[in-house]
Ligand binder design. Structure first.
Ligand code: SAH
Length: 264
């Protein structure tokens, strides 16, 4: 049974676009994208996700080196378009509740009295784990995972990692720029140098790549592979099959063959 979507004008839908592969859109997200008058799109959402739609597309995301709108400007546009009676869909990479400024946008909409609704999406960390075929939790190996940003934000220091715990999988988003410092801090804090780790870039997209290494060697391996962003880093025992098969500094391009080899 499909739910009736409340696509009345003057409402803003904040929609998770998933990690990039259009097949990983939710059915609801796909319906909303198809019906929208205006799509406000973040930089991490690839065009394949909204190809051919009738909506007007507004690119509002940060792209390296190019001028971009401030968060405040984006919020003002959302409010203005809703008040003009447009059906507005704010499309965000992955899930809108994971490092995606959902709170700020919702506050702005509520202050302006604009109704809103959010639609969850497949977060990139889930796609990254699937890309390398490792579980985030595994009976006997990991009973929890923690997802954190590796980016302190303008002028802020590095985020602090959780205390080492062998049964916790650590997932880092936005960590490639600071990877050397983050790993040094982790080792200082007692994370084992040999702890399995893997970085996955462009999970679910045609350019998907991965680099697996023991934690200590990961920054060097990522740098020498010139791994591109966006990338997600997974650290923990659950990644061990990958690092055992391809120790130290190996770039492992995604392929079904390798995947089954690493998991056997
Ligand atoms: N809301 C998003 C996260 C935004 S933060 C989500 O739920 O996925 C942006 C970070 O997400 C990037 O720096 C990177 O760490 C990660 N990311 C986004 N898309 C990715 C992808 N296709 N593959 C790997 N990591 C990705």
């Amino acid at each position: 049974m499909t739910r009736e979507l409340d696509l009345r004008p003057e409402k803003v839908w904040i929609v998770g676009a998933g990690p990039g592969d259009p097949e990983l859109l939710t059915v609801r997200a796909a319906r909303l994208i198809a019906e929208a008058d205006d799509l406000l799109v973040d930089a991490l959402v690839p065009p394949a996700v909204y190809q051919g739609v009738k909506a007007r597309i507004l690119y509002v995301g940060k792209r390296s080196g190019r001028p971009h709108l401030s968060q405040r400007e984006i919020e003002d546009i959302l409010v203005r378009l809703a008040r003009e009676g447009r059906r507005v869909v704010r499309l965000k990479g992955g899930d809108p509740a994971v490092f995606a400024r959902l709170g700020e946008e919702v506050r702005a909409l509520e202050e302006a009295g604009v109704p809103w609704e959010a639609v969850p999406g497949v977060s990139s960390f889930l796609a990254a784990a699937q890309a390398v075929g490792i579980p985030l939790t595994d009976r006997g190996e990991a009973d929890r995972f923690v997802v954190l940003t590796g980016h302190g934000g303008e002028g802020r220091s590095l985020p602090s990692l959780p205390a080492f715990d062998a049964a916790t999988t650590v997932v880092l988003l936005m960590a490639i720029g600071n990877l050397g410092e983050l790993v040094a801090a982790a080792l200082d804090a007692g994370y084992p140098a040999e702890l399995p780790a893997v970085a996955v870039s462009q999970a679910s997209l045609p350019g998907e790549r991965r680099v697996a290494a023991p934690l200590e060697a990961l920054p060097r391996a990522v740098a020498s592979a010139r791994l591109e962003t966006p990338a997600t880093v997974l650290i923990g025992q659950v990644a061990k099959r990958l690092t055992q098969t391809k120790p130290h500094s190996e770039v492992v391009p995604f392929s079904v063959e390798l995947r089954s080899a690493t998991l056997s």
